[in-house]
Each structure stands twice: as structure tokens, then as C-alpha cells.
Design a protein around this ligand. Structure first.
Ligand code: PLP
Ligand code: NAG
Length: 437
């Protein structure tokens, strides 16, 4: 009996056994095992990366990338905040070591983070009712919260707005948290579908986790009004739901950290227990440092202590420790009166730039459009992103005819637009409204 086993990769014992068993009495067996991973199918392409690749390959000099996910300067370049550069210089001079930090993150960082969110002297902080744990930015905070929900509320489900940031679904799926959507967006008026939202939240099983964007909703740019927030809180209270805030843009909606935390603070002042995922990716431009936190506001210090201990355990299971560098940058800036003020000024000027772009785009759309369409929604939207009421065919048209690249849901990054490009974009949008339905 001859048996020649030709194996390119190191074959697993089970593979050899199977092949031997299946080989005939005297047949020569050639088992070519290319890889242990032959059974692994190709993952889906990342839609936004496809858009970026198409943009890179675009040869027209008028090309414009409005699919970018972070703030750009008026020259459309990436931006490192001056205050971050200063903090990094100070950190380099200090030359601190790189020992493992505490599992829950740096104490000073966690304190600062809860204070930025809730206000320095908030009673829930003073009474030690807040469990704050550093995370791998906003995404990591949502993943950690999902593990917590999965572990302690196995029968609960999450409700996310439709539309929402793409990764909410993926993260909940990965963590095994069932989710469904509540209506959020009304395309005809480019505003919040408030009745739809309220009735869907009412219809959800009691005790659901309701995901809310604290400010600057991604992708639409449309936030509820203060009166609407009050009503949302009423329904959530009535249904004993648990609010789960995603705060990825604190300070980048209005230019003011306190104003942008208003929605979260409203719920906390009404006595809710809330989960809040926070990120410094955008408001400090630290996207690559992966710095953020999960805060759980509890109704007693004892509950907060227990929740914190479990979040630490879950965080250890997920990724052990969180990165130090971003935490130290935040600590250095917010802990220093002068640097903190400089950050606020820089953030204000980033927001001002986005507002200037919105105003010019609004002017140009209104001046050029002859159909009497109302564009004031552009001015009412907040933050880095905007829906323009464009459907997929219209987005394709923007790209194919005008060389303007956007994500296929029609999201336009206002923070990636310059004053100089507004008129061109207005022409393109009006053309696509009129020629594509
Ligand atoms: C709504 C929302 N949540 C969370 C995130 C997470 O970002 P990061 O993980 O960089 O904090 C983003 C980023 O775009 C976002 O838009
Ligand atoms: C576009 O808007 C700017 C600023 O509001 C204005 O100066 C310019 O004339 C506008 N262009 C057109 C064609 O409307």
C-alpha cells in the first residue's frame, strides 16, 4: 500500500486520518491541503473602503471626497489639533513609563470624562453613582456595553435609530444582543420622524435598551429639539426602557461641551439610570489613538461599584487594557486650565468652519434651485454629517457625473467640505435632484 501525502501546509492529524480512511486499498493518495482556512469564506467588502479606493483611482481634478469620516481643514487636509501637539510635547518631556495602566483606565482620565459629560459638580458624580471605564474609543465602549447587556440582560433587546451609524448593528450582532430599529428619519422634510420614533419606542418590549445619539446624529445630522427630548424621556420612563447614549461628537455639534451633553444631562436629572459611550475620536481629533469611555450612571453607589467591577472583568476578557497615550493627552489638556481653554477655542473654530460651509451651501442651493425647494434643513442639521435627501441613484450620479464621492446612503461629510467647493456641490446636488429620481 503506497500513500504519498503531499501537503503544502502543515496538515492537521484529522485531515490525514480522513484521507487515509477514504483512500482505496492500493490507490496513491495525494492530499493537497492548501490551508487550514480553506473553509473560511471571503468577508464582505467594507463599503466605505470601496468608496475611498474609487476616489483614489479617480483622475478628474474636480474630484471631491465627501465620504471622509473625520474633520478636514479648509484646505481639505487632516487636522491635528494644536492643543494635542502641545500636550504630546509635554508628555514627551515628562517621559512617563509604559507600564500597564489599571484595567478600568487612568483614574484622572475617568474622572475628567464623567465630568465633561455630566458637569463637574454633578450630584451623581459626588455621590459616586457613576461607573466609568476607559474603552477602545466609542466603538469599544459600545462593544463593552453590549457584552454587559448580553451578560446581565439576556432577554433584553436594543433599539437603534433607522438610520444609524453602521457599526451599531454589527457590534450588537457580534455580542449576541438582539436589536430592532425605530423610525428616526423623514426623507420628505429631511427631519426627525418624531411620531414614528415615539410609537416604535412605545411598541418595544418593556425594559429595552434604547440607543440614542446624544448630539450630531450620524448619518443624518438631525437631532431632536429640546421639547422632543423631553417627550422621548417620558416614553422611555413609561416603558421602563434603559437609555443607552452614544456620544461621539460632544462639542462638535454646537461648539460647546455642555450644550452638547444637554440630552444626557436631561435624562440623568430626571433620575434615569443611563449607559453612555463616549469618544474623543472627533472632538479631539484622536481617531487613531482609540480613546473613549463607557459611563454607567446608576441609582446607588453600591450598584455603581458592582457594575464597575463587572465592566472591568468584561473589559479584561475583551482586550485586557486600554491604550495609555490618548488617556494621557486628555488628562493633560483638561487638567490644565490654559490648555483646556485652548481646546474649547479650537473646537469652536472647527464647528464655526462647518457652520460657514453649511451657510454657503445653503445660499448656493437656494440661489441656484429654480423649483422652489426649501433647503433650511442644511442650516438646522448639526455636526460633521448631513443627509441631503439623496437616494442611491442620485449618489451614483454625483459620483459618475460630478466626481463627488459619498457613502451610498447619501451621507455628506460637511466637515470634509470647503467654502471653495460649495458652489460646485450645489450644482451637482441640484442636477441630481432634477435628472435622477
Ligand atoms: C455615532 C457614532 N458612534 C460611535 C463612533 C465610534 O467612533 P470611535 O470608535 O472612533 O470613537 C462613531 C464614529 O464615527 C459614530 O459616528
Ligand atoms: C455662493 O455663495 C456665496 C456666499 O454666500 C456667494 O458669494 C456666491 O455668489 C454664491 N454663488 C452662487 C452662484 O450663488
Amino acid at each position: 500500500m503506497t500513500s504519498i501525502v503531499c501537503s503544502l501546509a502543515f496538515p492537521s492529524p484529522s485531515l490525514i486520518w480522513k484521507n487515509r480512511k477514504s483512500s482505496g486499498r492500493t490507490t496513491t493518495m495525494v492530499a493537497i491541503s492548501l490551508s487550514h482556512f480553506d473553509g473560511v469564506t471571503m468577508g464582505p467588502p467594507e463599503p466605505i473602503v470601496e468608496v475611498f479606493e474609487a476616489f483614489r483611482a479617480e483622475t478628474d481634478p474636480l474630484k471631491l471626497n465627501l465620504a471622509v469620516r473625520s474633520y478636514r481643514t479648509e484646505e481639505l487636509e487632516p487636522y491635528v489639533l494644536d492643543v494635542v501637539k502641545k500636550a504630546e510635547k509635554l508628555l514627551l518631556e515628562k517621559g512617563e513609563n509604559k507600564e500597564y495602566p489599571p484595567v478600568e483606565g487612568l483614574t484622572a482620565f475617568n474622572k475628567i470624562t464623567a465630568e465633561l459629560l455630566l458637569g463637574t459638580d454633578h450630584p451623581v458624580i459626588q455621590q459616586e453613582k457613576v461607573a466609568t471605564v476607559q474603552s477602545l474609543s466609542g466603538s469599544g465602549a459600545i462593544r463593552l456595553a453590549s457584552a454587559f447587556i448580553q451578560g446581565y440582560f439576556p432577554d433584553a433587546h436594543a433599539m437603534i435609530p433607522s438610520p444609524t451609524w453602521v457599526n451599531h448593528k454589527n457590534i450588537f450582532d457580534d455580542a449576541g444582543v438582539p436589536w430592532s430599529e425605530y423610525r428616526y428619519y423623514e426623507p420628505k422634510t429631511v427631519s426627525v420622524d418624531f411620531d414614528g420614533m415615539i410609537s416604535d419606542i412605545k411598541a418595544a418590549p418593556d425594559g429595552s435598551f434604547i440607543v440614542l445619539h446624544g448630539c450630531a446624529h450620524n448619518p443624518t445630522g438631525i437631532d431632536p429639539t429640546p421639547q422632543q427630548w423631553e417627550k422621548i424621556a417620558d416614553v422611555i420612563q413609561e416603558k421602563k426602557h434603559i437609555p443607552f447614549f452614544d456620544v461621539a461628537y460632544q462639542g462638535l455639534a454646537s461648539g460647546n461641551l455642555d450644550i452638547d451633553a444637554w440630552s444626557v444631562r436631561l435624562f440623568v436629572s430626571r433620575g434615569f439610570e443611563v449607559l453612555v459611550a463616549q469618544s474623543y475620536s472627533k472632538n479631539l481629533g484622536l481617531q487613531a489613538e482609540r480613546i473613549g469611555a463607557l459611563n454607567v450612571v446608576c441609582s446607588s453607589p453600591d450598584a455603581a461599584k458592582r457594575v464597575r467591577s463587572q465592566l472591568k472583568r468584561l473589559s479584561l476578557n475583551l482586550h485586557l487594557y486600554s491604550p495609555l497615550h490618548g488617556a494621557r493627552i486628555v488628562e493633560t489638556i483638561v487638567g490644565d486650565h490654559t490648555l483646556f481653554n485652548e481646546w474649547k477655542e479650537e473646537m469652536e473654530s472647527m464647528v464655526q468652519r462647518i457652520k460657514n460651509v453649511r451657510k454657503r451651501l445653503f445660499d448656493n442651493l437656494s440661489q441656484k434651485d429654480e423649483s422652489g425647494k426649501e433647503f433650511s434643513f442644511v442650516l438646522r442639521q448639526n455636526g460633521m454629517f448631513s443627509y441631503m435627501g439623496l437616494n442611491k441613484a442620485q449618489c451614483d450620479y454625483l459620483t459618475n457625473k460630478w466626481h463627488i464621492y459619498v457613502t451610498k446612503d447619501g451621507r455628506i461629510t460637511m466637515a470634509g467640505l470647503s467654502l471653495a467647493k460649495c458652489e460646485y456641490l450645489a450644482d451637482a446636488i441640484i442636477d441630481s435632484y432634477h435628472n435622477v429620481s
